[in-house]
Design a protein around this ligand. Structure first.
Ligand SMILES: Nc1nc2c(ncn2[C@@H]2O[C@H](COP(=O)(O)OP(=O)(O)OP(=O)(O)O)[C@@H](O)[C@H]2O)c(=O)[nH]1
Length: 215
């Protein structure tokens, strides 16, 4: 079993005044773009967010089957979000993807699942940095590593990686697969405009019938 855990519990402070995960990306809420792209390569989808976000995210995802994993306490940081998200699934492996990555490439995620097999994680590197919010984890191992790091007051995902037998998928591999755009993330309004332009120009393909636009 493969799960997809969408991390949406942040406060979008750089975005300002609104939850970026609901932002309109060429007619489709950003988190819906992430969910439809992941949906084709996983058996189940989990959305991790704060209780206050559930209603609007549910509306944005209408007709896409997801399970909500609500943070018991808000603002615990991304690592706490991952722990909460992973606790909602029994899948052997889970792709953890931030809700602000609307260009996530399902083929590349599928490749990460393949690379993670037999290990605790497959973590890509892009632009010199590991990308743990766009990675595949063995659920049980990451749940344990996250719990241990959190007990040491760590908030960042990378803190959990040292405890994992993780494969790093290097930039050269990402380039060979022409997948660099999969890591594009949206923090600011300007970044939202740029990513929306990618869709307006028709570049990234969406799974058939999944636009769920502005109904
Ligand atoms: N559950 C949970 N997820 C978080 C938390 N903080 C960040 N995240 C998630 O981690 C990922 C990366 O975080 P950022 O890109 O910094 O997003 P953000 O925190 O909403 O945005 P900024 O406030 O501008 O940093 C996003 O998918 C966030 O939703 C948190 O406190 N709890």
């Amino acid at each position: 079993m493969r799960a997809g855990v969408i991390l949406a519990g942040g406060y979008s402070t750089r975005f300002g005044e609104a939850d970026k995960t609901l932002a309109d990306v060429d007619g489709v809420p950003m988190i819906r773009r992430v969910a439809t792209r992941l949906d084709g390569v996983v058996d189940e989808l989990v959305v991790n967010c704060r209780a206050a976000q559930v209603e609007e995210i549910e509306r944005a995802l209408s007709e896409i089957a997801v399970e909500f994993a609500v943070d018991p306490e808000p603002d615990g940081g991304p690592l706490a979000g991952v722990r909460t998200g992973l606790a909602a699934t029994d899948a052997a492996y889970a792709a953890v993807v931030a809700a602000d990555m609307p260009l996530v490439d399902p083929g590349f995620v599928s490749f990460l699942f393949d690379r993670a097999a037999g290990h605790d994680a497959a973590i890509p590197r892009w632009e010199g940095r590991l990308q743990p919010t766009h990675a595949v984890y063995r659920r049980a191992a990451m749940a344990e590593a996250a719990a241990r790091a959190l007990s040491n007051d760590e908030r960042r995902l990378v803190s959990a990686l040292s405890a994992l037998d993780h494969v790093v998928v290097e930039e050269s591999t990402v380039r060979e697969r022409d997948a660099g755009k999969t890591f594009t993330n949206v923090n600011t309004r300007e970044e939202l405009r740029r990513v929306a332009a990618e869709f307006e120009n028709g570049a990234p393909s969406e799974p058939h019938g999944s636009d769920g636009a502005t109904r």
